[in-house]
Ligand binder design. Sequence first.
Ligand code: PXL
Length: 286
Amino acid sequence: MKESELMKKVVTIQDISCFGKCSLTVALPVISAMGIETAVIPTAVLSTHTGGFTGYTFHDLTNDIPDIAAHWKSLGLRFNGIYTGYLGSKEQVRIVSDFFDDFGTGDNFIVVDPAMADGGKLYAGFTDDFVTEMKKLCTKADYIIPNMTEAALLLGVPYTEDYDKAYVEDILKKLAALGCPAPVLTGVHFDSEKQGAAAYDSRTGEFFYSFRDNVDRTIHGTGDIFSSVFTGAVTLGMPLQKAIDIAVNYTADCIEASMDCFDDVWYGSCFELCLGKLIEYVAKNK
Ligand code: PXL
């Protein structure tokens, strides 16, 4: 098969929550809008995501993952990047880890969003054992994208939202010490005015920050928006500073746009209304 020079290709591995705008229903349109072919491995089908809805269905697809991987291997498929989000069980994390061994080439990159917790709490259905398994997966990634809750869980330190720059940089260094060279921390704020992301490149010792005006509202799925744009930006070859800038800006655009079409926090953001801006950001940064 001829590898296209023009078209980059990523594979994203996460669930499909049929309603609620997160995981694959965000990653697929967002990364595609950045001009990148987006292959998917759905890890489970849920009627809605688990944050805020009750009575959701959950159809596990763990056993399909090795079969999909085997078929893709027989086709000789290769990806510029591999990006994982919400994974439903320890077993699934182990299978995804095998996928990294099979499809990680040394020339491509791996992004792990350890989507498992927020606001100081694990998502419904997750236990400490899951955190241990996710920590192992993070050691195989080039980039990990935890929020402060997930970072605290991965590092086994108490969760706090009361911190300064020295604390954030210490957390980033400790995340890198897990084995991932470039951790990115989301939801970072040093006051009530600004919110954004911080990143660390342990190979150069540089820290990177990006902020936008804080909007005091939680909207479900914004972490997935950030990670999808970040993955797209890295796939397009943007350096770390640009990748967090574009991810922070698009995420903030989506949150701001959602103020006018707000239904309920669990219904997700109106990210669709901002895809035009994302395409502009990509065009400007090429
Ligand atoms: O947005 C992260 C996410 C993804 N998938 C499912 C979820 C959540 C967060 O609650 O429940 C199924």
